[in-house]
Design a protein around this ligand. Structure first.
Ligand SMILES: Cc1cc2nc3c(=O)[nH]c(=O)nc-3n(C[C@H](O)[C@H](O)[C@H](O)COP(=O)(O)OP(=O)(O)OC[C@H]3O[C@@H](n4cnc5c(N)ncnc54)[C@H](O)[C@@H]3O)c2cc1C
Length: 379
């Protein structure tokens, strides 16, 4: 790219770029949409190193969620009340933005709700009814909901789970098709004039007084007035000191299961396991906590150890009484971005260069709000 280009190619793709967004995942695309909505005349180019976006946005589980009850309790301890509430509010708003921007049918959005399953050995003899009441009252400060969480233990038997002590339901979470959402977003921004080029890898970023040079791995240079880095887990290759730690997430998908009762998005063990219905199959992911060392990587591949752990969770906890063991139809991996804090890194890292990274495994709901924040930071 940028070497051996014709006059016309340069004119269309390269000359007079107002903004280059690096990374065509959810964060890059929502940022492009927010910028175009605010400033329709901006010339925006998006680039991605993958032939298809290759990080987390089309590898995830498609939960449009704002956090399980144990996550809220944990956040209160580690982040404090103000940040916990801000976090929940942003994710709730993000889900609302997705629903306002797209027809549910376009992105297979289903409002089946979310559940946290609390396993017998994790219940800690807590008074869950009291925990639910306290958290609901706190969250009502920022959410238009009275009963965000509700105990639904009667459903444990109905779903057929084993070793489960409590089931905490929230009706306001949904599930979607991440591939369809990404495509719909990309079509939307392209219709607004945003240019998208794939298979372009940025090697390093040089910020100058009037512009920013994006030096590409193939030796070319792209010049822009502003640059937004939306490379999430891969950001350390551009800014080695940034507080971003890659975290691989692995998923398996079963073959179709006749009369599958499971419906909704489920979290267990503080979110380290997550599963949902996908058509009439079960999609199950996680188990990173069983091998943090091997899963702290940007290598996009599955491992036997994690896949076996997921299978055990599937057969022992989710469908212990099913008369047959459904086969695993497909497995895959993607890479999330963690750090010493859970909150996204939205900052001007160098003059005219912004980062919108570190979604802590929650980018589906967070990305629309992160995009808005970036768009409000410049121009
Ligand atoms: C297995 C798994 C399950 C998940 N489940 C959920 C879920 O159910 N709900 C939820 O909210 N979140 C979930 N997440 C997290 C969510 O998918 C991410 O938070 C979100 O997709 C991050 O979006 P992003 O745009 O920041 O990053 P990405 O989607 O990773 O996009 C970054 C892009 O940058 C590109 N790139 C990187 N470096 C360069 C470079 N040097 N030059 C050019 N391009 C570059 C990459 O190719 C990539 O396409 C999950 C993640 C995984 C891996």
């Amino acid at each position: 790219m940028t070497t051996n280009l014709s006059y016309w190619e340069k004119d269309v793709y390269v000359n007079n770029l107002d903004v280059v967004i690096v990374g065509i995942g959810f964060v890059g695309l929502w940022t492009a949409l927010a910028l175009k909505n605010k400033h329709p005349k901006l010339k925006i180019l998006m680039v991605d190193q993958g032939v298809v976006p290759t990080g987390a946005s089309t590898k995830n589980a498609g939960f449009a969620c704002f956090g399980s009850i144990t996550e809220q309790l944990e956040n209160l301890k580690t982040l404090g009340e103000e940040k916990t509430l801000e976090f929940v509010k942003n994710r709730y708003q993000g889900i609302e933005t997705i629903k306002k921007t797209f027809n549910p049918k376009q992105i297979d959005y289903f409002n089946y709700g979310g559940y946290e399953i609390i396993l017998n050995d994790h219940s800690q003899n807590r008074n869950w009814l009291q925990e639910v009441t306290t958290i609901n009252s706190l969250l009502s400060q920022v959410l238009p909901l009275k009963n965000t969480y509700q105990l639904k233990n009667s459903k444990i038997k109905q779903f057929g789970f084993k070793n489960v002590n409590q089931l905490v339901f929230t009706p306001s979470e949904g599930q979607l098709h991440s591939g369809k959402l990404l495509l719909a977003l990309k079509n939307k921004v392209e219709n607004l004039g945003v240019l998208c080029l794939q298979n372009i890898s940025v090697d390093h970023v040089v910020s100058k007084r009037q512009a920013v040079d994006l030096c590409l791995k193939n030796g070319g240079i792209l010049k822009a007035a502003h640059v937004v880095i939306c490379t999430n887990a891969f950001t350390k290759s551009l800014f080695p000191k940034i507080d971003v730690i890659p975290a691989r997430g692995q998923i398996l998908l079963t073959e179709p299961i006749p009369n599958l009762k499971l419906k909704g998005c489920f979290h267990a063990e503080a979110g380290y396991y997550y599963f949902r219905n996908l058509d009439n199959r079960i999609l199950l992911g996680g188990a990173r906590h069983k091998s943090f060392t091997s899963e702290t990587t940007t290598t996009i591949e599955t491992t036997t150890f994690i896949q076996n752990d997921l299978k055990k969770f599937l057969y022992d906890i989710i469908i212990p009484d099913l008369k047959f063991k459904p086969k695993i139809h497909q497995s895959w991996a993607g890479i999330m971005a963690m750090g010493s804090e859970k909150t996204p890194l939205i900052q001007e890292i160098k003059p005219r260069v912004y980062t919108a990274v570190r979604m802590s495994g929650m980018g589906v709901a967070l990305a629309p709000v992160v995009g808005e924040k970036i768009a409000n930071m410049f121009f």
